[in-house]
Design a protein around this ligand. Structure first.
Ligand code: ADE
Length: 981
C-alpha cells in the first residue's frame, strides 16, 4: 500500500507525446503516454532521424516501481485488442556492480473504463490488471558503449477481453534499463474484400477465437447471385471458407473482381463469368453492355440461331434447272444456289402451274391439279431433284424451284426462284388416258378386292395394270403397288378399318396410260379371333425380330469395328455387376469394401457411395482445423424434415487440380461404404457447387491423442479399455470388409461427447501425404514409421495384420495418455530397435495383461498377431471381468509360456546398456551413485526412488519406470521358466 501511495506522489501526469503507429492492415489506435520516473528522450537512429522514446534506467537502486501510463484508448469496434511494444532492454551483465538490483523485464497492465478518467484522478496501480511480464527476446539489448548500437525487441500481447468503451495501458518498471520506442494498439479485422464477385464488408472477428463470423456478400454491380455468397471471418482477420458466388449479368464480363460492360463491338448474351464475345460476322454493337449484336442490313438471325452465330441471308436461286421425262415420270434437277446465304439449312420447294391456251388463244395459268405427285415431296426437299408423277397429257406445266433457308422468311429480297416449262405432249412418251372407274367388290379387315372397266384401247394393247395404293392418313409417305393382267385385283396385307387410296393405270406397248383418278376404299373392322392370332403373330415376330435385330446389330458392330466400344460398355456394366455381387455382398453375406481406384471414373464411386447434399442445408459455425486440402469446420446439417445434425465439414480450397479433387473425394467414397457405430459416419458430399465438401458426423472431443493429452490421468482403466474396445469394434468391421486402414493411430481416432471412439481418416489409406507423422521410406513410400508393422515398412506389405500392429501402438498411446510412441527416438532408431527385438514397455499404470496384448500385436511374424475379432473378444472378457486387469502375467491370450517361444525381447546385461536402450544414458551416474548396479536391483524401484536419485523431468521418470515395469515382466517370465539372470 505504502508503495502505491508513494506512487501517487511520484507519478508525473505529464502528457508527453503521441506515439501513433498504424499497422498495415488492421486499425490501430494511438495512445498518449504519461510518465513518472520515465523520461522522454529523443535519440537519433543510424540515419540520424529522431526516435522519440520513453526511458527508465534505475538499475542501481533497489525496489523500483516506476509507472508509465497511456491516455484513454477508445476500444472502437474491437473485440480482441493487441498491443505491440517495440523496446530496447539492457543486459544487466553489461552493467557493472548492479547484481541484485538490475532487472531484465517490465510489466504491462491495463484498466478498462467506459469514459476517460477525470484529469484529476490519481493513478492507482491497484486498479490495473496485469497483462504480462515482458522480457526481451533473442535480440537482447546490447549496448555497445562505443557505438551505442541498440537492438529492438518487438513483443505483442493480447489485452483484455476489453468489454468497456475504452482502456488505459500502463507499464511498470521494477528496476530495468528500458527504452520504449513504440506502442502500437490494434485489433484484427477481416478487411472489406471482393470475393467471387461479391463484396464483403470489413468485419471484426468474434471475441471467442475459435468462432467464425458468417458474413453474407452482396453481389457487385451488374452481377447476380448464384448460391448465396458467404465468407467466414476468422480470429486472425483472415477470410475463410468462401461459399456461393455471383456471376456477371448479361452484357457484362468479369474484370479485376468487378463486372464491366462489354465494349462496343462485343456482346454477352448469358449471365456467367465468361468474357464478352466479339460480334459475329455481319453484325455489330454500337453501345456498351450489348447483350446481342444486331445484324447488318440485308442479313438476319433466325429464331433458333444462337447469338454467337454470324448473321445470314436468304440464298440465291437454284441453278441449272433441267427436266427429264421417262415413260412414267418427269424429273426436275438443279444445282444448289451460288450463294447459300451463309447457312447450311437450305431446302427447296417446287411450285407448279399448269398453263393451257384459253378459248381466246391467250395462255391461262392455274395451280397444278392437287393429285400431281412429287417424290419425295413438293416442299422442303433437301436434295436437288424431284420426280413428278401423274400429270395430264397435252399440258404445259411450269415449275418454279425455290431455294429457301432459315432466314428466307425474314428476308424481304426477291424469292430465290428458278423456273422451267415442260410440255407433256411434246415429250411424247405418255400413253392414253385411263378413263375407267375403279370399284370395290368386297373388303375384309386386311384386304380389298377391286375391279375396273377396260381402258379405251383394245384389250390386246394392255400388257398389264399397275395398282398403286397407300394409306390415306399417311399421305403417300410410302406407297405400295401391285400388278395384274386382268382388270381386277385383291390387295392384301392391309390394316383393318383403314382408308386406302388407289389408282390404276395400264401399260401398253407404247407406254403407260395416265393414272385413274384416286379412289378411296376402307377395309373392314377387325375380327377379334383373327386379331388375336394376328397379335400373337406380331408378338412372336417382334421377339424373333428383336433377337435377329440383335444378331444383325452385333454383326454390324463387329464388321464396322464399333464393337470394341460396345463390348467395352458391356464389360463395364458386367464388371459393375460383378463388383456389386461378388464385391459388395458376397455369399457369406458380409459386405466387402470396393476400392474406388478400381473405378474407371472415380466420380462414379462418389456418386455411388455418397449422397449429394444441397449446400444451403449446411451451416458452418467455426473452423476446427486445417487439412491438406482446406479448412475443416464444424457446423450443422439442416435437412428439411430431419433433426439438425452436428457435422464436421472438410472443404476443398479453391484452385485445386482435378487430381486433388479426386483424391479429396476418394475419402467420401470410402467412408460412404461403411456403416458401423465405431467408424465415422458420412453424411454426404457437396460436389456440384463450390467449395467441394465432405460432411461427416461431428465428434465433440476431437482427436483421441490430444483428447488424452489434455486429460492426463483422468480416466479409470476401465474407461480407457472401453475406448480401446470401441476402436477394436471399428477395426473388426473394417477387416471383415477387407479394408486395410494403413494409418491407424490415436490421432486418427475421433472421440464423441460420450467418449465413443470412431476410426476416421480414410482418405489417405493409399497415399499418406496428409499425415505429418508419415515419413518417406527407402522405397519412396510415405509411412508413419512408429505405428507401422516392420513388414509394411520394409516391403510395403500392408494387411489387417499390419493394422493389428498399429492397433497395439494405439493401445500404448491410450494407456499412456497420448505419449508419443518411442518418445524422441528417431525413426531410424525405431526401425533398428524393433528389428533388434525391442518393444515399447508397458505405460505407467497399465495392467500387464494389456501390455501382453500389445506385445502380441507386435509379433514380428505377422501371421502370429491376433485378428481383430480375437482382440475384441479378449477385451470383452476383460470388461466383464475387470479384476483380470489386476493380474500380472500369463492369463493373457496365448502368450508364449516357454522361453523358446518367447518373442526375442532383449535382456539387458548392465544398467548402462539398459539406460542406453531407452535413451536415458545421462542418468548412468545417478543410478550407480545410488547403488543400483544390477538389473535385479532396479526391478523394485518406484517412481519416488527414481525421483530421489535425481531424475527430475517427469517425462524421463515415466520412461524409466515404464521400462522397469516391462523389465520386471521379462524377469518374471524368465524366473518362472527356471532361468537365472
Ligand atoms: N476433426 C476432423 N474431423 C472431425 C469430426 N468429425 N469431428 C470433430 N473434429 C474433427
Amino acid at each position: 500500500m505504502i508503495r502505491h501511495t508513494h506512487l501517487y506522489y511520484s507519478l508525473k501526469d505529464v502528457q508527453i507525446r503521441k506515439m501513433c503507429h498504424y499497422s498495415n492492415h488492421k486499425i490501430v489506435c494511438c495512445c498518449l503516454l504519461m510518465l513518472t520516473q520515465w523520461d522522454a528522450i529523443t535519440e537519433m537512429d543510424e540515419q540520424n532521424r529522431p526516435i522519440h522514446t520513453f526511458q527508465v534506467c534505475h538499475v542501481m537502486e533497489p525496489n523500483q516501481n516506476n509507472w508509465l501510463r497511456s491516455g484513454w484508448i477508445q476500444r472502437q469496434a474491437a473485440q480482441r485488442v493487441y498491443v505491440e511494444l517495440r523496446f530496447t532492454l539492457r543486459d544487466c551483465n553489461s552493467i557493472p556492480w548492479v547484481s541484485g538490483t538490475c532487472k531484465e523485464t517490465f510489466n504491462l497492465f491495463y484498466l478498462q473504463t467506459d469514459d476517460p478518467l477525470p484529469a484529476a484522478t490519481r493513478f492507482r496501480p491497484i486498479d490495473y490488471a496485469k497483462v504480462d511480464t515482458i522480457a526481451a527476446d533473442e535480440s537482447f539489448t546490447q549496448t555497445d558503449l562505443g557505438d551505442r548500437v541498440l537492438r529492438l525487441n518487438t513483443e505483442v500481447r493480447e489485452v483484455g477481453p476489453v468489454t468497456q468503451k475504452g482502456f488505459y495501458l500502463a507499464f511498470q518498471d521494477v528496476g530495468a534499463c528500458i527504452a520504449l520506442v513504440s506502442v502500437k494498439v490494434f485489433y484484427k479485422r477481416c478487411p472489406s474484400t471482393l470475393r467471387n464477385l461479391a463484396a464483403f464488408p470489413e468485419t471484426v472477428p468474434h471475441m471467442d477465437s475459435s468462432s467464425l463470423v458468417e458474413v453474407r456478400g452482396a453481389c457487385v454491380e451488374n452481377a447476380e447471385e448464384r448460391d448465396t455468397p458467404k465468407l467466414y471471418c476468422g480470429a486472425d482477420g483472415d477470410w475463410l471458407v468462401p461459399l456461393g458466388r455471383c456471376i456477371c449479368s448479361i452484357g457484362h464480363e468479369e474484370m479485376d473482381g468487378h463486372c464491366r460492360a462489354c465494349k462496343a463491338g462485343f456482346f454477352k448474351a448469358n449471365a456467367g463469368n465468361v468474357k464478352c464475345s466479339k460480334c459475329p460476322l455481319r453484325s455489330s454493337s454500337h453501345d456498351q453492355a450489348a447483350t446481342i449484336c444486331h445484324c447488318d442490313k440485308g442479313f438476319y438471325r433466325a429464331i433458333k440461331d444462337p447469338p454467337t452465330m454470324a448473321c445470314t441471308r436468304p440464298p440465291s436461286a437454284p441453278r441449272n434447272l433441267v427436266s427429264l421425262i421417262n415413260d412414267t415420270a418427269l424429273f426436275l434437277q438443279w444445282t444448289p444456289p451460288a450463294n447459300t446465304g451463309g447457312r447450311n439449312d437450305i431446302t427447296y420447294n417446287i411450285l407448279c402451274q399448269r398453263c393451257d391456251g384459253g378459248d381466246s388463244g391467250e395462255t391461262q395459268c392455274e395451280p397444278c391439279e392437287p393429285d400431281l405427285h412429287f417424290i419425295p415431296r413438293p416442299l422442303g426437299i433437301t436434295g436437288t431433284s424431284v420426280a413428278v408423277l401423274d400429270f395430264a397429257m397435252h399440258a404445259n406445266y411450269t415449275f418454279h424451284v425455290e431455294a429457301v433457308n432459315g432466314v428466307s422468311e425474314l428476308g424481304v429480297a426477291a424469292r430465290s426462284l428458278a423456273n422451267i416449262t415442260v410440255n407433256t405432249h411434246q415429250a411424247g412418251v405418255l400413253g392414253p388416258a385411263f378413263l375407267g372407274i375403279v370399284k370395290k367388290d368386297w373388303a375384309t379387315y386386311n384386304s380389298i378386292a377391286l375391279s375396273w372397266s377396260e381402258v379405251q384401247q383394245p384389250h390386246s394393247d394392255i400388257v398389264d395394270y399397275e395398282v398403286k395404293y397407300y394409306e390415306k392418313e399417311q399421305e403417300q409417305l410410302s406407297y405400295s403397288s401391285t400388278r395384274t393382267k386382268f382388270p381386277s385385283v385383291v390387295v392384301t396385307g392391309l390394316r383393318p378399318s383403314t382408308v386406302y387410296v388407289f389408282h390404276v393405270r395400264g401399260r401398253t406397248p407404247a407406254g403407260y396410260t395416265a393414272y385413274s383418278p384416286n379412289f378411296e376404299f376402307t377395309t373392314a373392322a377387325e375380327d377379334p379371333d383373327v386379331a388375336d392370332q394376328g397379335q400373337v403373330l406380331v408378338v412372336v415376330t417382334a421377339s424373333v425380330g428383336g433377337f435377329s435385330l440383335l444378331v444383325i446389330l452385333t454383326l454390324f458392330l463387329l464388321i464396322t469395328g464399333r464393337c470394341q466400344g460396345y463390348i467395352k460398355a458391356r464389360m463395364k456394366s458386367e464388371e459393375k455387376r460383378t463388383r456389386f455381387h461378388s464385391g459388395h455382398v458376397p455369399f457369406s453375406g458380409i459386405k466387402t469394401y470396393v476400392d474406388p481406384d478400381t473405378y474407371e471414373d472415380p466420380t462414379q464411386a462418389v456418386e455411388e457411395f455418397a449422397k449429394e447434399i444441397d449446400p444451403s442445408c449446411i451451416c458452418i459455425d467455426r473452423v476446427i482445423g486445417a487439412g491438406e486440402f482446406g479448412e475443416v469446420c464444424s457446423g450443422r446439417l439442416r435437412i428439411p424434415g430431419r433433426k439438425d445434425i452436428a457435422v464436421a465439414i472438410k472443404t476443398l480450397k479453391g484452385g485445386y487440380m482435378d487430381q486433388q479433387r479426386r483424391t479429396f473425394l476418394r475419402e467420401a467414397s470410402i467412408i460412404g461404404q461403411f456403416s458401423n457405430s465405431n467408424i465415422i459416419r458420412l453424411e454426404g458430399v457437396v460436389t456440384r457447387s463450390r467449395p467441394v465438401m465432405i460432411v461427416v458426423e461431428y465428434m465433440e472431443n476431437g482427436g483421441l491423442d490430444t483428447f488424452l493429452r489434455t486429460r492426463d490421468g483422468q480416466f479409470t482403466v476401465l474407461q480407457l479399455v472401453g475406448m480401446l474396445h470401441g476402436i477394436a469394434v471399428g477395426m473388426t468391421y473394417l477387416s471383415d470388409m477387407g479394408y486395410v486402414h494403413r494409418d491407424l493411430a490415436a490421432r486418427n481416432i475421433l472421440v464423441d461427447e460420450n467418449l465413443v471412439c470412431k476410426v476416421s481418416d480414410f482418405g489417405m489409406s493409399r497415399v499418406l501425404e496428409d499425415d505429418s507423422e508419415a515419413a518417406y521410406t527407402a522405397t519412396g513410400g510415405k509411412i508413419p514409421i512408429r505405428w507401422t508393422a516392420p513388414e509394411a515398412i520394409a516391403y510395403g506389405k500392408f494387411s489387417s495384420a499390419s493394422d493389428a500392429w498399429s492397433y497395439g501402438i494405439v493401445m500404448w498411446e491410450v494407456m499412456s495418455y497420448g505419449e508419443r510412441p518411442y518418445w524422441e527416438m528417431s525413426n531410424q532408431d525405431v526401425i533398428l530397435s524393433i528389428e533388434e527385438g525391442y518393444r515399447l514397455p508397458a505405460p505407467i499404470g497399465c495392467p500387464v495383461i494389456l501390455h501382453q496384448l500389445m506385445l502380441h500385436c507386435w509379433q514380428k511374424e505377422y501371421s502370429q498377431r491376433p485378428h481383430f475379432n480375437d482382440v475384441l473378444s479378449f477385451l470383452d472378457k476383460l470388461i466383464i471381468n475387470p479384476s483380470s486387469m489386476l493380474a500380472l502375467v500369463n492369463d493373457a491370450i496365448s502368450f508364449p509360456d516357454s522361453p523358446e517361444d518367447m518373442p526375442d525381447y532383449p535382456l539387458f546385461i548392465s544398467i548402462g546398456d539398459w539406460l542406453d536402450s531407452i535413451k536415458m544414458s545421462q542418468y548412468k551416474s545417478n543410478f550407480l551413485a545410488a547403488g543400483y548396479t544390477t538389473l535385479d536391483s532396479i526391478s523394485t524401484m518406484s517412481i519416488d526412488d527414481v525421483k530421489r536419485i535425481g531424475v527430475c523431468l517427469i517425462g524421463h521418470q515415466r520412461r524409466i519406470i515404464s521400462s522397469i515395469q516391462s523389465l520386471r515382466l521379462q524377469l518374471h517370465h524368465i524366473q518362472q521358466s527356471g532361468f537365472q539372470v
